[in-house]
Write a protein that binds this ligand. Sequence first.
Ligand code: NAD
Length: 484
Amino acid sequence: MAFTVFSNFQNTINGKQSPTAEQRHGINPATGEPNPDVPVSTQEDVNNAVAAAQQAFTTWSDVHFEERKKAVLAFGEEVEKYAADFAKLLVQEQGKPLNFATLEVTMSIGGLRQTAELAGQIQDEVFEDTEDRKLVIRYTPIGAAVGIVPWNFPVSLCLQKLVPAVLTGNTVIIKPSPFTPYCGLKLVELAQGFFPPGVVQALSGDDSLGPWLTAHPGIEKISFTGSSFTGKKVMESAAKTLKRVTLELGGKDAAIICPNVDVEATAAKIAGMGFFNSGQICVAIKRVYVHESIYEKFLAAAVAFTKTIQVGPGTTEGVYMGPIQNAMQYEKVKGFFGDLTKEQISLSNGDSIPFDDKPGYFIKPTIIDRPAEDSRIATEEPFGPILPFMTWTDEADVIARANKTRMGLGASVWSDDLDQASRIGAKLQAGTVWINTHMEPDSRVPFGGHKESGIGTEGGIAGLKGWLNVQTLNIKKSSKGGLI
Ligand code: NAD
């Protein structure tokens, strides 16, 4: 099938581009203008895609791993050829600056290659092999799966589901976010040149589509990335047929700053990481605890750095922060400012109302100086560019405060005393703990949330095993002999 241009967006069902009677469109968040039409899938589309995924599974699950790996690597090369087109489309649908959109595409291809290498390490494990019997632990593909993707990283999170799913012998239906369906649909269209019909499919639609997919009895596994609120609904729906679920959910990551850091350098990194992708990252820094002895200096350095951040359309060179991705999220983020004083808001952006009513959902990066410990900004995930700074003096106390949340995605400790940093880090309740950095992705290691930040992991061998059933093969070597 020839790859169509980047202006025509359809579902992919059983290897074919499949138009729908009804269409809808996303919005370019920098301009408020409509993006091109995309499908509105029906229950019938879901049934057709699931039937094709089940059919394809019967043969794809038997394809030798080396063949599957070859297909994935060839697909990666093809995506690379279109990297510039994907980056441009990503800016148009998601809003992020072009250089970061390019980074998302190239890092995703890097992750695809690393995952393909890693998957080869999963082999049958012989636990025991005696004269009498052999005990083998096997890992077998699960079946037809669904990958549900949010709007903050539409390329990387699509590939983070698609690639491990097919490497491990499953078939997968990708469901992009209704806010950012474009790159996901194109990635899956492109994949058709490398996988048999039904192995990789995509359905786009409105809010009915996710629940139809998670409820479908033909789906065996759901890999979901999104909010903790929706993740609970997905799990509830999956429980009815006991589907396997991996849930990558929200976060309220704490960064703990110890007194002996390089203040200027660390403050700039903290603000830069807090405001990257306009704060719309599950593992963005969302709370900063600075040791009281360096607080004023640290705050001043972070504020100075924040004032240099350029906000604007992702197509403008030099922009670090694009718009908030959609109107709903824009209103949600604006809601956080309602609880704050003018002084608190204007500290880092010079403006007591850091947004305006121009087209485009822009909000200036805002540091909040010592909000109340139980305020919304200190306890909830804004998923936008607002970062609360608080002080600490006692190590045990700051650990308890960092852990006092139902979230547990990431956390970091910043200190030139690595013993101190490791001691604090070991006590943090989070799926990933970083020392002197934060948010550094690495697809070779597991990534996932503790508590209400998720169930299971993606990335690494553990993530790949999430796409496999465990099977114990118990072989008695002879039929001779009695019962006991
Ligand atoms: P969301 O939960 O609103 O939507 C995520 C996806 O789920 C979308 O594709 C949406 O259409 C779909 N969906 C919505 N309702 C559904 C339902 N009932 N059943 C099945 N699917 C349904 O999340 P969002 O607003 O797109 O993304 C932001 C959230 O995602 C934040 O909380 C963020 O922290 C989290 N996130 C987590 C990770 C991670 O790896 N842990 C990564 C990125 C984002």
